[in-house]
Each structure stands twice: as C-alpha cells, then as structure tokens.
Design a binder for this molecule. Structure first.
Ligand SMILES: Nc1ncnc2c1ncn2[C@@H]1O[C@H](COP(=O)(O)OP(=O)(O)OP(=O)(O)O)[C@@H](O)[C@H]1O
Ligand SMILES: [Mg+2]
Length: 238
C-alpha cells in the first residue's frame, strides 16, 4: 500500500484540501475512502459507518468524483442523472434539481444527447452534477478542476461551498492548484511519500513550517514537502 500511518478526519461542514507531490498518495487515499481499494490495515469511517463493516451504508453517504470520470456512455445526460438519483433513492424534487445542475454546468442543451457523444470536459461536468444530485454527506473530489472551463470551475467551487456551509457536508478535495486550495479550503492535509506531513489551517501550517506570517500555501507546501530544497539543489548543480 502506498500509504502508511495515515490518519485524519473531515468534519461536517468542513472543506479539506488533500495536497502532495505527484505519487504522494492522494488518489490512493481517496480511492480507499470511496471503498474502491481496501487498505491492508486501519479503519475508514464515513458518517459513523465503518466502511469495512457497513459498506453499503457508508457508500450511500458518499460521492466520489474520480480524476478520470467514466460515466455510462449509452444513457442520455438526463437519464444518467436520473439513474444516479434512483440508485441513491433521492428522487425528491429531482426535476427541479436536475434542471438547475444542467444549467449551471451548461449541459441543458445536451440533456437528450448520449453521454458517449459528450466532450471530455462535459463528461466531467456530468459526473460532478451526478455527485451533487444525490445529496451526499461526504464529497471526494480527485483533481476536479483540471479540464473544467472557467465557468464550470466557478460553479463547482460555489457548489462545494454551498454543500459544506449550507448542507453541512464534509468535502475532501485533492488538487495541485494551491491558490484555489488556499482560498477554498478550511484545512489542508499535505502528504509526502504516503505519509502525512502537515494537517491544519493555513496559520497552523505556517507555524509548522516556521514560515513567515505572509507565506503563501505554495511557500509552505514546497518547504514541507522538501521540493523547494530539491529544486534549489538541482539548479545549483546545473
Ligand atoms: N494501481 C496501482 N498499482 C500499483 N501502484 C500504484 C497504483 N496506483 C498508484 N500506485 C502507486 O502509489 C503511489 C501513490 O500514487 P497516487 O496515484 O495515489 O499518487 P497521487 O498523489 O494521486 O499523484 P498525482 O499527483 O500524480 O495524481 C505511487 O507510487 C504510485 O506509483
Ligand atoms: Mg492522483
């Protein structure tokens, strides 16, 4: 397993950024929490349900948007949203909620098109819309902003804030976009080589890294992951 000794929690109403260099274990961590990979040891608890014991109940509470969404190509956009809402038994006000999501992600005109005909970014938007249609209590996003157009990215960020702050959902989001993480997240967890090297609000991370009071998340990230030192060393070697 690419992760070791990893422990953290995401509270209701909290938006947590999961950061780390390539290969640090972010996707592995999200896939474990989503119940796709079984960790060799340890516990994952979603909304009070232990994933290894109450798998169905735990999975029902979560929505996972993977890095490379893979929606069902033979359904239409509308059928796909409906299928997800039916599967999670959340059909209440479905038509109104579906129309809102379709319009926010510029998919309204595509509602009767087959998913297989959508562009990559449109598939990503549909997968994100599906995550929001079933009123999850825990949202897991793996690099969700890559490939989204500016309006889609803005809508997603607004929906994330709304889900956490109005509906009390817990949100865990992996990203390399440190500006976005700094603005969007209440707390940041930084992984390096499968281990947690920092966990806290920006101010805590500044203390942890002995950084200046105006240090950005990028400064702190590079310092805590050792990437700053390595890149300076490689520059002086050339
Ligand atoms: N399917 C797999 N089989 C074996 N090893 C894997 C698999 N997926 C990932 N790994 C390994 O696990 C480690 C963590 O990978 P992971 O994909 O979780 O990193 P990441 O932090 O998401 O990186 P990135 O920023 O590139 O997306 C890496 O060493 C990787 O090679
Ligand atoms: Mg990844």
């Amino acid at each position: 397993m690419a992760l070791s000794n990893l422990s953290f929690c995401v509270a209701s109403g909290e938006i947590v950024g999961l950061l780390g260099p390539n290969g640090a274990g972010k996707t592995t961590c999200l896939r474990c929490i989503a119940g796709i990979i079984r960790p060799g040891s340890g516990h994952i608890v979603v909304g009070g349900c232990d994933l290894s014991i109450q798998e169905r109940e735990a999975k029902r509470l979560l929505a996972f948007v993977p890095e490379q969404p893979n929606p069902y190509e033979t359904l239409t956009v509308y059928e796909h949203l409906r299928f997800i809402a039916l599967a999670y038994d959340t059909m209440e006000d479905f038509d109104v909620r579906a129309e809102k999501l379709l319009s926010r992600f510029d998919l309204a005109e595509k509602r009767n098109e087959l998913v297989g005909t959508l562009s990559k970014g449109m598939r990503q938007k549909l997968t994100i819309a599906c995550a929001f249609i079933h009123r999850a209590q825990l949202f897991l996003f793996d690099e969700p902003l890559i490939g989204l157009d500016p309006r889609g990215a803005r809508e997603l960020k607004a929906l994330i804030v709304d889900a956490a702050k109005s509906d009390g959902a817990a949100v865990l989001i992996s990203t390399h976009m440190l500006d976005t993480a700094q603005n969007l997240c209440d707390r940041i967890v930084i992984l390096r080589k499968g281990e947690k090297v920092a966990d806290g609000a920006l101010a805590d991370l500044r203390d942890h890294a002995n950084a200046r009071r105006d240090a950005t998340l990028e400064d702190i990230f590079l310092s805590l992951t050792g990437e700053e030192k390595e890149s300076a060393e490689s520059q002086s070697a050339t």
